[in-house]
Design a protein around this ligand. Structure first.
Ligand SMILES: Nc1ncnc2c1ncn2[C@@H]1O[C@H](COP(=O)(O)OP(=O)(O)OP(=O)(O)O)[C@@H](O)[C@H]1O
Ligand SMILES: [Mg+2]
Length: 323
C-alpha cells in the first residue's frame, strides 16, 4: 500500500465538473419571528467551503494526488471567492472559466443548535455555451500530457453536456482513464467512459430497475455495463459499502467497517477521488475500490464536508471490523 501511495504525488488527475461553494451559516434561535411563523436565527459564524467538483478536487489533493481542475463560474463575487479558496489550497486556476451567462453555484445552509433550519441554492442550471465548452477543452488539451485519470463530477448544473463528454473521449484516445460520478438524468451522456460510480438511486434510474435485493443489484450492474459500454460500474450502497461490476463478469462486494457515522454527505466525492487516483497510480480496480471504501468510511466519521488522508486510510485498514 505504501508503495502505491508513493506514486500518488506523480499521478496527475484532472477533475472536470460542476464547481460549487458550500456555505454554512451557524446561529442561535431564541424566538419566532413576528413577521411570519419562522425562527429568527442570530448568526454567530459563517464559513465557505469548496463544494461539488471543487470538493472532489480537494479530496484528490488531500490523498496526495497531483490535481488539475476545470469548470465554470459566474462573473460574480462568489466566483472570486471560489478562485481564492482554490488558490489558497495551491490549486492552479487556469482551467476555471468565468462565464458571463452563469452565476457561481452556491448552496447555503443555515444551521442552529446542530439542526439545519433551511437551505437555499443560487445557481444557473442551463447547459454551458459553445465558447465555454471550447475553453474547457483547450485546458484539457494543454494538460493532457500530465494526466493519467479524469474525474467527471456531474451534479447536473450544466457543465457536463453530452458534447463535452464525447469530445473528451475523442481527445484522450483511450489513453487516460475516465471515471464519472453520475447524477440521475444524464445517463445517456456517459456512454464510452471507463467507469461510473452511481449510488443505489442513480443506478436504479440508469438501469431502469428498482434495486431492492442482491438479484436486482446484480441485474442493474450488468445492464449499466452493457448500456454504457464501460470497463466497470461501482454501485455505492451507503452503509452497506459498494459493489464492483467488471466487464469480465467479476462481481465484488466490499462491506463497510463498523464505525460512528457523523455526516454522510460528500462520501460520493471521496469515493470517486480515491478510486480514480488509486487506479490511475497502478492499483487494480478491486484494490482501488477497497481504498475508496476506506476513504469514504473515514469521511463519514467526520463532521462537515471532509476529506481523508493516506494515514487515515492505513489506520482504517488496520482497525477495520467489517459489518
Ligand atoms: N453509514 C456509513 N458507514 C460507513 N460507510 C459509509 C456510510 N455511508 C456511506 N459510506 C461510504 O460512502 C460510500 C458512498 O456512499 P453513498 O452510497 O451514500 O454515496 P452517495 O449517495 O453518492 O453519497 P453523496 O451523498 O456524497 O452523494 C459508500 O460506498 C461507503 O463506502
Ligand atoms: Mg453521489
Amino acid at each position: 500500500m505504501k508503495n502505491l501511495f508513493k506514486k500518488f504525488s506523480k499521478t496527475g488527475i484532472l477533475v472536470i465538473g460542476d464547481l460549487m461553494i458550500d456555505q454554512y451559516i451557524w446561529g442561535k434561535v431564541r424566538r419566532i419571528s413576528p413577521e411570519a411563523p419562522v425562527p429568527v436565527v442570530e448568526v454567530t459564524e459563517e464559513e465557505m467551503l469548496l463544494g461539488g467538483a471543487a470538493n472532489v478536487a480537494n479530496n484528490v489533493l488531500s490523498l496526495g494526488g497531483k490535481v488539475f481542475i476545470t469548470g465554470a463560474i459566474g462573473m460574480d463575487d462568489k466566483g472570486k471567492i471560489l478562485i481564492n479558496k482554490l488558490e489558497e489550497k495551491g490549486f492552479g486556476t487556469d482551467g476555471i472559466i468565468m462565464d458571463e451567462n452563469r452565476s457561481t453555484t452556491v448552496k447555503t445552509r443555515v444551521i442552529a443548535h446542530n439542526q439545519q433550519v433551511v437551505r437555499f441554492d443560487r445557481e444557473v442550471k442551463s447547459d454551458i455555451g459553445k465558447s465555454t465548452v471550447s475553453s474547457i477543452l483547450d485546458y484539457v488539451r494543454s494538460s493532457l500530457h500530465e494526466i493519467k485519470g479524469i474525474i467527471i463530477s456531474d451534479y447536473c448544473k450544466g457543465l457536463i453536456t453530452k458534447t463535452l463528454i464525447k469530445k473528451l473521449i475523442e481527445l484522450t484516445e483511450s489513453k487516460v482513464f475516465i471515471a464519472v460520478d453520475p447524477k440521475t438524468g444524464h445517463f445517456d451522456y456517459y456512454k464510452g467512459v471507463d467507469l461510473i460510480t452511481p449510488n443505489i438511486g442513480e443506478a436504479s434510474f440508469g438501469a431502469g430497475i428498482d434495486i431492492k435485493d442482491d438479484e436486482t443489484l446484480a441485474a442493474a450492474g450488468e445492464i449499466l455495463l452493457k448500456k454504457l459500454q464501460c470497463k466497470a460500474v461501482i454501485i455505492t450502497r451507503g452503509d452497506e459499502g459498494m459493489t464492483l461490476f467488471e466487464k469480465n463478469g467479476h462481481i465484488t462486494s466490499i462491506p463497510t467497517c463498523a464505525r460512528e457515522v457523523y455526516e454522510v454527505s460528500g462520501a460520493g466525492d471521496t469515493v470517486i477521488a480515491a478510486l480514480t487516483l488509486s487506479h490511475s497510480a497502478g492499483a487494480e480496480l478491486k484494490e482501488a475500490a477497497d481504498i475508496a471504501n476506506h476513504a469514504a468510511g473515514v469521511v463519514v466519521g467526520k463532521l462537515g464536508t471532509a476529506v481523508a488522508t493516506q494515514q487515515e486510510i492505513l489506520k482504517s485498514m488496520k482497525e477495520c471490523k467489517p459489518l
